[in-house]
Design a protein around this ligand. Sequence first.
Ligand code: SAM
Ligand code: SF4
Length: 330
Amino acid sequence: MPLVDTYGRLHDNLRISVTDRCNIRCFYCMPEETPAYGPREELLTFEEIERFVRVAAGLGVRKIRITGGEPLLRKDLPYLIERLQAVPGIEDLALTTNGVLLRQQAKDLYDAGLRRLNVHLDTLDRERFRQITRRDLFDRVMDGLFYAKEVGFDPIKINAVAAKGIVEPDIVPLARFGREHGMEIRYIEFMPLDAQGIWEREKVLTADTMLAMIESGIGPLDAIPDADPQAPATEYRFRDGIGRIGFIASVSKPFCLNCNRLRLTADGKVRYCLFAIEEMDVRDLLRAPDADDEAIANVIRANVKAKWMGHQIGSSQFVPPPRPMYSIGG
Ligand code: SAM
Ligand code: SF4
């Protein structure tokens, strides 16, 4: 039986966080000081992750994205990539990274079979990068990004988080940069997932505002008819034929009704939504000497069954999840 929830949504997409640790401190995700990370022994091992993926693939999961925290901080990540690529049924594997360690790891990741990469970069301005991430690592990220391109990653997409009052000067230059280097920029509305509780509706730079900025700064854009209606980004191409961009408008235009995603946190919790309040543990089952795959499958099924219609960001009913972004896995 495929993973269909009570609203008829088919779930074939799994995001796996491999660590809650990070080497930078984006203000919309992490606290300024190093947070209380979960104990290392709570992190799922690669064998446990692989087993979970085999079970999930047996239930119809076809796409996987590795994330974190910063996934490249997880030792021997290429080994995991290799193992997951080989799981029958998995058709698509991608990774989201902040790029800081790409110079050291891009080649090994590519050799392990990874091709699709999202690199997180909000600005092309070194000082603003430092202000946003509280680390002076802009040059390392740029170097890693271009190195990944040289190694052969394709596509490379750029994740740019759009917080009002900060990144307005970056919206158009980023789109130009993407056109120049053949990388799609994905503008992501600032979501209420930060560790310090600073999110406010007024701090969200909306997709419509950014679209208008880019059209007036560069030129007209045409909506691309949904190739994949379940993809979170709404995509546009420049009318002159050079490049495309996407918006993840979780706040101003939620796409919950098309959601096909499930999440596995680094400490082994299954979550049906980034904003879910409740989650279901599979780590104990993965570690129990006598638990069979069917027991793990039952947790996945139960989580999909419990899925709500959607988050309520912006409404008075909205309650932010108990874990911030870095600890869930974006
Ligand atoms: N460390 C990696 C990175 O930054 O790409 C992977 C994990 S990070 C949590 C995944 C993505 O979440 C990032 O690319 C960033 O764009 C996005 N993100 C983090 N906090 C966010 C927030 N409060 N609102 C919107 N997007 C956010
Ligand atoms: Fe780290 Fe990614 Fe969170 Fe930034 S968004 S603090 S890079 S986990």
